[in-house]
Design a protein around this ligand. Structure first.
Ligand SMILES: Cc1cc2nc3c(=O)[nH]c(=O)nc-3n(C[C@H](O)[C@H](O)[C@H](O)COP(=O)(O)OP(=O)(O)OC[C@H]3O[C@@H](n4cnc5c(N)ncnc54)[C@H](O)[C@@H]3O)c2cc1C
Length: 393
């Protein structure tokens, strides 16, 4: 086996999970992160049982679970009238089918849990302020360059550099991700500001025409994560700029009293615009491969972007451990992951148009569909998604 480490460009959720998975397989890695530290902005993330099972398997589960909130249910409500359309209890039958469970976590806490797991391994080197600007391929290795002039030798390079992946251009060369026309605003709401009907132990989604609003508890239930999304045709690139509350609230004019009370509780909103891509066939070029959002950016509506990155990480590490030749390993990894991640990318778009954002008659059809789903059928529909790697043999 080539003794050189795997070079991982990007120390986000996918990059750190890849390092942890590789170490689990006895493979050294170097994580090159452009930021001065390994940090995430203050917002929440949902982790499905597929991701939690993988985190357990790669040895990061205990640290993640120390910080995870295993919320009691997922619920969709009509944002106009407030009516509950569907609720999925996450204990009981859900837990019997998906034993790893479901939870929500502050992004910073998830990254810290992965970071601590990396620090505990002698096989992982973490380099911050190391922006990868290119790499050269040699017959037996790659040499990555960082903006500070350093060069790094590895057996292969993994592009885990996120939605706006720069490395992707050297691998797939397919330009910018596609604007969805949707903008998302996030903030954290202290319990005393939350209206009574929203102070609940579930992840609740209020679905309205061309918009939806989500809240769930975070940080030992001491705060609520608020994420609200509008289809306003935005095409700019926004990465967390602060927007005045009044401006945000105006975008959600159509919602009814219950959803509005939640909207009004939020303050200090920050704005992101959402992009994704069509599923792509090219994830690998020579000794370089894509992982996470760099490979399969998706809208957040299935709450699976990070979950898929975590699954990618485990598969990548297993294949690199099995194959002497890194190129062969990367090819097998890509083939194994492309079908599943493409399905989740498509599901995420479908959720926007058919479930979260329809208005008028399509909303009525959505309501009928959701109200007609019993628990058993819902769990059946979710099995491919929530089973790690989709392996439902
Ligand atoms: C509003 C919103 C809500 C979401 N909710 C969920 C959810 O509930 N559940 C879920 O599973 N997913 C969710 N997602 C998706 C999830 O956030 C992403 O899929 C996930 O963060 C992707 O991880 P990643 O490691 O691929 O990329 P990132 O987390 O973006 O990490 C990329 C890293 O690469 C670094 N980097 C970039 N360029 C370079 C370079 N040239 N050299 C070195 N480093 C570089 C960056 O600084 C960053 O640290 C949500 C997304 C959004 C926008």
């Amino acid at each position: 086996m080539n003794g050189l480490p795997v070079l991982i460009a990007g120390g986000g959720i996918g990059g750190l999970a890849a390092a942890v998975s590789l170490a689990r397989n006895g493979i050294r890695s170097v994580v090159l992160e452009r930021n001065p530290g390994f940090q995430e902005i203050g917002a929440g993330i949902q982790l499905g049982p597929n991701a939690l099972a993988v985190l357990d398997r790669i040895g990061a589960g205990a640290r993640v679970r120390e910080r995870l909130i295993p919320v009691g249910y997922l619920e969709i409500r009509d944002a106009l009238e407030g009516r509950r359309l569907i609720r999925l209890d996450l204990q009981g039958a859900f837990r019997r089918r998906f034993s790893a469970g479901y939870g929500v976590i502050h992004r910073g806490d998830l990254l810290t849990a992965l970071y601590e797991t990396c620090k505990a391994s002698e096989l992982i080197a973490l380099a911050s302020a190391a922006e990868v600007t290119g790499w050269d391929e040699r017959p037996d290795r790659v040499e990555a360059r960082t903006a500070d002039g350093r060069r790094w030798e590895g057996r292969c390079v993994i592009a885990a550099d996120g939605l706006h992946s720069w490395l992707r251009q050297g691998i797939a060369g397919d330009g910018d991700p596609i604007p969805s026309g949707h903008a998302t605003f996030r903030c954290l709401v202290p319990p005393e500001r939350m209206p009574e009907h929203c102070r609940v132990d579930g992840a609740v989604l209020w679905a309205g025409p061309d918009c939806h609003l989500v809240h769930y508890p975070l940080k030992d239930r001491k705060v609520y994560n608020a994420v609200i999304t509008v289809n306003d045709g935005s095409t700019d690139v926004a990465r967390g700029e602060t927007v005045p509350d009044a401006q945000v609230r105006r975008l959600f004019d159509s919602v009814g009293d219950q959803a509005r009370a939640f909207l009004n509780a939020g303050t200090g909103w920050r704005r992101w615009t959402l992009r994704d891509r069509e599923p792509a066939d090219t994830w690998v070029k020579g000794r370089a491969a894509l992982l996470g959002d760099a490979a399969h950016p998706m809208l957040q509506y299935a709450a699976q972007g990070a979950c898929m990155a975590i699954e990618d990480a485990a598969v990548l590490a297993d294949r690199l451990a099995e194959h002497e030749d890194p190129q062969a390993a990367l090819d097998v990894y890509a083939t194994e992951r492309q079908g599943r991640t493409a399905r989740v990318q498509r599901l995420s778009r479908w959720m926007a148009t058919e479930v979260y954002h329809p208005g008028g008659p399509p909303a009525k059809r959505r309501d009928a569909m959701l109200l007609g789903l019993d628990e058993e059928r819902l769990l059946h529909h979710l099995t491919w998604l929530y089973t790690p790697f989709g392996a439902t043999a």
